[in-house]
Design a protein around this ligand. Structure first.
Ligand code: IVH
Length: 678
């Protein structure tokens, strides 16, 4: 074998080894240590080399297999009735054109096999310039097959190796938008993508990206934990329906039956319209709350799809146009380790600032210790950073390893917590490394306060990360109960705080005292208890007092609460320090009680119109918000329809008008009483 061939063979072996390892990890554990770009680059290189050196082609190559073999796991294996194929990628318009040319050729070949009358049934294959496509977003989630019989959802199977997947029915059942019942009574299968929104992803710790988080969630053994992950679904294909003629009809069928179909799908006439769609989607993707990594282009006519057919891996009638990920190269100036609310240690690369997707990036997540080791990132390294959607940028790979200084040493993950010095622990079944000192670790306390004040918990506006950092640093707060002891003079000490912002923050703290029980339970930050579980618990208990005596057995009896959750809740309320914390909160006037869930109690001002005049101790926008939140309307001028005028100091002409119309005139305090906010 000549030198060049030898080299090629060695490279092929290396590429195959890496790709197979990534595949195994992804398909069996739902985890991925590699960026999509690197994976695609390796795959493409391997394919090119195999084409150039056909003597090295092997049936074991990952290019010849769909997905990876399944390794052992505790989910039941199910064979797919129709294989779940993958999609060929096109990077850029040139590759899209190549695919289109091949498609045209395939269509004309298909024509030769058909007599004229059959040709008639292909409405748009004669003029390929007007060949009709459907362009859809390529959702960056986990593909799923959903089986329905007699109008009922019966099974959900992961893609697995494309031929056999795993039964994840109970986890998929927790997806809110999944129709459990449908009108159509025949047997059929729906294919789609399970995903996690960026907003949900942001509330989790220690996970690489929404796709990984989705894959991991589907593999959770306790569906109740999966429910917490609030997965979503977009469907894109129904199989087993004879009466449909186009892919577009297929999407309409899905919508009619109650499935969620991505609203940004469009019919495109000809490849130029497809390109315009791709360009627009690429520009608009930053505004979406879910991850997408490209556009899937599909031939619309189903009989045409059938006539061009598929290879063993891909359908010939579809292609994935991949967006270029936004990447940049920079230097790692330091590697620091952050501690999360639940004690998870997350390594972070402190970067030489670099412009990426329109923003200056100074920090990027390194996710976990395993990843640092695998990438072998060191301080001083040149790295490629990437930003996908709204997620924090991440380090994808190390560039120019040869440029490393001699003094560069592999990074050693700390053995003690960088915040409190406690020895860290690694839980056997998790990738995460944790600080076990949940009670006094300053970093965990800081994050807990942040969580307590966050929008989905107590919604204390103006109490963001930097304010909390200052308050903690000045020893003004050590636990979230301390928030309720803050005084105007404390806040005026803080950087950038003026009378007005102090007033706003204090009234927001005041308002948070009447937050209902579910928000409090969520805000407490109990492990495994997300917003959903908190709501379920709050429906069964009237106050935190009642929860003090709750038992695990009792909790398990509640629909939607599993073993793990029940255990965490019981031990949280048994813990002496937590009990003291709750007592303190109560003594500061926090209600922490359940609200009756009827339309009126949620929105006591429904159907009432308010006009505001004069000056108040809180900003007008705050009053408006209170009214809107409780279902009322705010109008700028008094009319016959006005129900209440809220009167402040030095009122304007609106007061006269209100008197004329005999509108009820009330103070801000009266409004608060109406809202039970006093
Ligand atoms: S159609 C025959 N449409 O991308 C293949 N796939 O890289 C049919 N995906 O396994 C797939 N969004 O999990 C299709 N709108 C979309 C999609 C989509 C995401 C995923 C799917 C597939 C993978 C291929």
């Amino acid at each position: 074998m000549d030198e060049q061939k030898k080299k090629a063979k060695a490279r092929i072996d290396l590429l195959r080894k890496n790709i197979s390892q990534w595949n195994t990890k992804y398909y069996s554990l739902g985890q991925s240590d590699v960026s999509d770009e690197l994976y695609d680059a390796y795959y493409l290189e391997l394919k090119t080399l195999e084409r150039k050196y056909p003597e090295f082609v092997s049936p074991d190559s990952p290019t010849k297999k769909v997905g990876a073999p399944l390794v052992q796991s505790s989910f039941e294996k199910v064979k797919h009735s129709v294989p779940m194929l993958s999609l060929e990628n096109a990077f850029g318009n040139d590759e899209l054109d190549l695919w289109f040319k091949r498609l045209e050729k395939n269509i004309s070949l298909g024509d030769e096999d058909h007599n004229n009358s059959e040709k008639e049934s292909f409405p748009n294959n004669s003029k390929s310039s007007s060949l009709e496509f459907v362009a859809e977003l390529k959702i960056d989630g986990v593909s799923i097959s959903l089986l329905y019989e007699n109008g009922q959802f019966i099974k959900a199977i992961t893609r697995g190796d494309g031929l056999t997947g795993e039964d994840v029915t109970e986890n998929v059942r927790t997806i809110n938008s999944l129709p459990q019942k449908v009108e159509y009574k025949g047997s059929f299968e729906v294919r789609g993508e399970v995903l996690m929104t960026f907003s949900t992803f942001k509330t989790l710790e220690g996970l690489a990206n929404p796709r990984n988080a989705t894959a991991g969630s589907l593999k959770l053994l306790d569906p109740k934990l999966c429910a917490e992950r609030k997965l979503s679904l977009f469907t894109y294909q129904a199989l087993g329906l004879k009466e449909l003629r186009t892919h577009w009809d297929n999407l309409q069928f899905l919508k009619r039956e109650g499935f969620t179909v991505n609203p940004l799908s469009e019919i495109c006439s000809g490849i130029d319209e497809v390109k315009r769609f791709c360009e627009k989607a690429n520009n608009d993707k930053k505004d979406l709350d879910y991850p997408t990594d490209g556009v899937v282009v599909k031939v619309n006519d189903l009989s045409l799809q059938e006539s061009v057919g598929s290879t063993s891996k891909y359908p010939r009638w579809a292609i994935a146009y991949k967006f270029a990920a936004e990447e940049a190269e920079t230097i790692v100036e330091n590697i620091t380790v952050e501690v999360g609310r639940l004690g998870t240690l997350t390594p972070v690369a402190e970067l030489k600032p670099v412009l990426l997707a329109g923003t200056i990036v100074k920090r990027a997540s390194l996710h976990n210790a395993d990843l640092i080791q695998e990438l072998d990132v060191r301080i001083g390294d040149y790295v490629i950073v990437r930003k996908a959607g709204e997620i924090i940028p991440e380090v994808v790979s190390v560039a120019k390893k040869e440029k490393r200084g001699e003094e560069s040493l592999p990074f050693h993950f700390p053995e003690t917590c960088p915040s409190c010095g406690t020895k860290v622990v690694k839980v056997e079944s998790e990738v995460a490394i944790r600080c076990p000192n949940s009670q006094t670790c300053p970093a965990q306390i800081h994050r807990r306060i942040e969580h307590w004040a966050s929008k989905s918990a107590m919604d204390i506006k103006g109490l963001g990360e930097s304010i909390i950092a200052q308050l903690v640093q000045k020893n003004l707060i050590n636990e979230f109960a301390d928030i309720y002891l803050l005084k105007a003079e404390n806040l005026l000490e803080l950087e950038g705080f003026k009378d007005k912002s102090v007033d706003n923050l204090l009234s927001s703290i005041q308002e948070s005292k009447s937050m209902p029980l579910d928000r409090v339970i969520f805000g407490l930050g109990i492990k495994h208890v997300g917003a959903n579980t908190a709501k379920i618990i709050a429906k069964h208990y009237s106050s935190t007092d009642e929860l003090m005596n709750v038992t695990k057995t009792e909790l398990i009896g509640i629909d939607g609460v599993g073993d793990a959750i029940a255990e965490e809740i019981e031990s949280f309320f048994r813990n002496e320090e937590n009990r003291m914390l709750l007592e303190r909160l109560k003594s500061y006037g926090l209600k922490m009680e359940s609200v009756q869930e009827n339309e009126f109690s949620k929105k006591p001002l429904l159907g009432q119109t308010f006009v505001i005049t004069g000056m108040f101790e809180i900003p007008r926008s705050g009053i408006e918000e209170m009214i809107l939140k409780m279902g009322g309307k705010v109008s700028s001028s008094v009319s016959k329809k006005t129900n209440y005028l809220i009167l402040g100091e030095e009122p304007g002409s609106k007061l006269e008008k209100a008197k004329k119309f005999q509108t009820k005139i009330i103070s801000l305090q009266d409004l608060r009483k109406m809202l039970n906010e006093e």
